[in-house]
Design a protein around this ligand. Structure first.
Ligand code: GTP
Ligand code: MG
Length: 171
């Protein structure tokens, strides 16, 4: 009988980068072209198999990226086992914002937190302004897992959460 582990996961990043869309694609395999901006935060759970003996039960907090909710973020990343920091590959400024979230997590969150950097919206390749090399070089330097994703097509969404679950230490 597999052993269950519950892990708290938080999504952070500028408004409209696709945090809620990534979670909805992962948890329900759905995508909404006109997703509404999150108010406060929203919560979802999803199981991910780790190996034949272990299952991760992810408790996912999808935070609101709008500036007025910024002060709530520490409540969500406190005690989190993992964080997914998202930017939009077509918005250079959202990449800068992602870096500032990574710095905040590295200073204020649990030292053991697993941080994943996600460059989202790869389906909009023709409008790309942040190269894959820029994203991966930053992630490697900062010690993060890195994926480019599309919540619209589903590219790398499942893989991101599976690799995240594998990287979280199981006491
Ligand atoms: P806040 O809740 O305000 O922080 O925003 P968010 O980061 O949760 O963004 P959300 O998921 O609401 O997506 C914002 C917009 O981008 C929506 O119109 C989505 O349909 C769209 N979107 C999200 N992911 C993708 C993607 O991978 N590709 C494309 N083309 N659009 C996307
Ligand atoms: Mg949202």
């Amino acid at each position: 009988k597999p052993k269950h582990f519950t892990f708290k996961v938080v999504l952070l990043g500028e408004s409209a980068v696709g945090k809620s869309s990534i979670v909805t694609r992962f948890a329900r395999d759905q995508f909404d072209q006109h997703k509404e901006s999150t108010i406060g935060a929203s919560f979802m759970t999803k199981e991910v198999p780790i190996d034949e003996n272990n299952i991760a039960n992810l408790h996912i907090w999808d935070t609101a990226g709008q500036e007025r909710y910024k002060s709530l973020a520490p409540m969500y990343y406190r005690n989190a086992a993992a964080a997914v920091v998202v930017y939009d590959i077509t918005q250079t400024e959202s990449f800068a914002k992602a870096k500032s979230w990574v710095q905040e997590l590295q200073r204020q969150a649990e030292p053991s937190i697993v941080i994943v950097l996600a460059g989202n919206k790869t389906d909009l390749a023709s409008r790309r302004t942040v190269s894959k090399e820029e994203g991966s070089a930053y992630a490697e330097n900062a010690g993060l897992l890195f994926f480019e994703t599309s919540a619209q097509s589903g590219e790398n969404i499942e893989d991101l959460f599976v690799k995240l679950a594998l990287k979280i230490p199981r006491s």
